[in-house]
Ligand binder design. Structure first.
Ligand code: SAM
Length: 337
């Protein structure tokens, strides 16, 4: 569908697609228990799109109306030469075609890359952090080191990057710690967003044990804090409250308890060039073949239009004891959350 204003990615439900998330690698230097199995099989390197191919694909999306681009993974900062891609993409910020270039990271490599990210025009980033307790951090990430992440957060703030912390709310793991995490984040000028676990990919743990509906977390926070709903939006699905006691913002992302698909503006590209039109559905389109089939972008353009034309209305995740298989077979590291 082409709209009269020249933005040309509109799905069958009238939603304009202006946000592309790109998983630049499925590999990660952590093994978070709710995200991955410990012995993950990763894609062979030969199947990956080159950085030049990723740049070409992103550029076509920007020409088709994408205004916000987020690099994710796996861990985006472990992809070899990732800063080359960031530097290349930053030309679209300079031209004004792209409004925001950002990334989601576990923070482990930030102390190396923060200054260069800022220099490329990245203004804010999301850092995933589920606990401030070094022992629990190691337990949940299996391989992570909290000290390294803290160094990364320090370096990013020093470089002038705004940080939003993302914490997955896990029953009996970090639910009691969320107030402390929030006070810490707000004390350092960072927003905090809490996320419900989604049933994506086989993991060793039982997701029913991990799952915590955020309605329960909110009710418990309201016994200690004054939360006021605010209309603040960052282009994502989070709903925000202002916390009177800390003066900061707290976001809730509730894919399980509250479906927010009616305002979905995004699609997701994997590092092999597969486009997923919904995080919670299997519908996908291969963009690698049309990308490689010709030097011009006509085939790619047509493949993207065809894919947007079948973007699903929404997801329907289920976590309960009768449903032992994940709703979506791929792990979050394939499409990057
Ligand atoms: N490595 C980067 C990071 O840690 O932010 C980017 C990729 S990671 C897959 C993106 C986000 O997805 C992280 O905040 C992670 O906690 C979250 N995540 C992973 N698996 C999830 C699941 N099953 N349900 C909810 N969030 C999940």
């Amino acid at each position: 569908m082409i709209d009269p204003f020249g933005r040309n990615m509109i799905d069958p439900f009238g939603r304009t697609i202006s946000y592309l998330r790109v998983s630049v690698t499925d590999r990660c230097d952590f093994r978070c228990t709710y995200c991955m199995a410990e012995d993950m099989t990763f894609l062979p390197k030969k199947d990956l799109l080159s950085l030049e191919e990723l740049d070409r694909l992103c550029t076509v999306f920007i020409e088709k109306g994408v205004k916000k681009l987020r690099l994710t993974g796996g861990e985006p900062l472990v992809r070899k030469n990732i800063m080359h891609l960031v530097r290349q993409l930053s030309r679209h910020l300079q031209s004004g075609a792209l409004e925001e270039l950002t990334l989601t990271t576990n923070g482990s490599q930030l102390s190396r890359f923060a200054a260069e990210l800022a220099d490329c025009g990245v203004k804010r980033i999301n850092v995933s952090l589920d606990t401030l307790d070094a022992g629990k951090f190691h337990q949940i990430t299996r391989w992570g080191n909290l000290g390294k992440v803290m160094e990364g957060i320090d370096a990013a703030q020093k470089a002038g990057l705004k940080i939003k912390l993302n914490a997955v709310a896990l029953r009996d793991f970090n639910d009691a710690e969320i107030p402390e995490l929030m006070r810490w984040a707000h004390g350092r000028g960072m927003d905090l967003t809490v996320i419900e676990t989604m049933p994506m990919g086989e993991i060793e743990a039982d997701r029913t044990d991990q799952y915590l509906p955020l309605s329960l977390l909110r009710a418990s926070l309201e016994r200690q804090f004054t939360l006021a709903d605010i209309p603040y939006k960052t282009g994502g699905p989070a709903r925000y409250v202002h916390v009177a006691e800390t003066g900061g913002r707290l976001g809730f992302i509730t894919p399980m308890t509250h479906n927010f698909c009616e305002s979905c503006n995004r699609v997701r590209l994997t590092c092999t060039g597969t486009l997923y039109m919904c995080l919670g559905q299997e519908d996908a389109a291969d963009l690698r073949a049309p990308l490689r089939a010709s030097e011009g972008n006509e085939l790619l353009d047509a493949a993207i239009d065809e894919a947007i034309g079948r973007k699903p209305k929404g997801h329907d995740f289920i976590i309960d004891r009768r449903t032992s298989r994940p709703s979506v077979s791929r792990h979050m590291s394939v499409t990057g959350g």
